[in-house]
Design a protein around this ligand. Structure first.
Ligand SMILES: [Zn+2]
Length: 253
């Protein structure tokens, strides 16, 4: 029995060691311009006919694939480092996983899957939706923060078409959402996500003035600095996407 216990302890010990080792990354200058996929998810739910709601089983399959293929998931801070300094984690296939809007199922459904595969992700929050029906609560956000896997960034206050707003109103969306994340959760939001990908030239100025380092759109493609730090492309993951097309959209060639 004692021997068995020792063996178990050893195995657990080795497991912890390898996990810690795996986390260590060395940052190096990228060869050429760094470019990587920013995945865009929304609600994780089974709603037939709604292309934005990805079923749990699909998310699980995609996250398992990223894990199995040794992808390195970026925090917003790390993604910004890649984009602003052209530095990358050495020998890693990098990906930034994002969830827009802040659905409660990001906590109930997505979080257990992300935990299972130890993948980091970012939720882009509509700050006026916090604690409203079907959306994340203050308590859930705090619990997600504690996992160290999930980051939160701004997706404006009200999720309205920024193009229809005056410059002052656009500034309020950028500034007030940032302020709420700071005040209620101690988050320094550095990344801004335009509602439904709708924005104009002033939205970029407004994001920059508010202190965001980058902004995310819904234009399809991999992110790279030369597209503009406030015009970053993302890879939309629609419901019923096949695993083959998922692989195709995130594969490093
Ligand atoms: Zn949205």
């Amino acid at each position: 029995m004692k021997k068995l216990l020792c063996l178990i302890t050893l195995i657990i010990g080795l497991g912890t060691f390898s996990t810690v080792q795996a986390k260590k990354v060395t940052w190096v200058k990228a060869q050429g311009e760094a470019s990587f996929p920013i995945l865009m998810y929304h609600s994780i739910d089974n709603v037939p006919g709604n292309g934005l709601c990805v079923p749990k089983e699909q998310l699980e399959e995609e996250m398992a694939w990223l894990h199995k293929n040794d992808y390195y998931t970026l925090t917003p801070k790390q993604a910004i480092r890649v984009l602003t300094k052209n530095e990358v984690p050495k020998d890693k296939k990098i990906v930034w996983i994002t969830f827009d809007d802040g659905y409660a199922n990001n906590y109930t459904v997505a979080l257990p899957i992300l935990k299972k595969y130890k993948l980091k992700a970012t939720v882009n929050m509509i700050t006026s939706s916090i604690n409203t029906n079907g959306m994340l609560t203050t308590d859930q956000i705090k619990k997600m923060q504690k996992t160290k896997l999930i980051s939160f960034e701004s997706h404006t206050v009200r999720h309205v078409d920024l193009r229809t707003l005056t410059p002052e109103q656009q500034d309020n969306e950028a500034v007030d959402s940032k302020r709420t994340l700071q005040k209620d959760f101690g988050i320094n939001s550095r990344s801004y996500c335009y509602p439904a990908g709708r924005y104009n030239d002033y939205s970029k100025v407004s994001a920059k003035n508010a202190g965001y380092k980058v902004a995310l759109t819904t234009q399809p493609g991999w992110a790279k600095a030369s597209d503009g730090l406030y015009d970053l492309k993302r890879v939309r993951i629609p419901a019923q996407m096949t695993l083959d097309s998922f692989i195709e959209s995130v594969a490093y060639k």
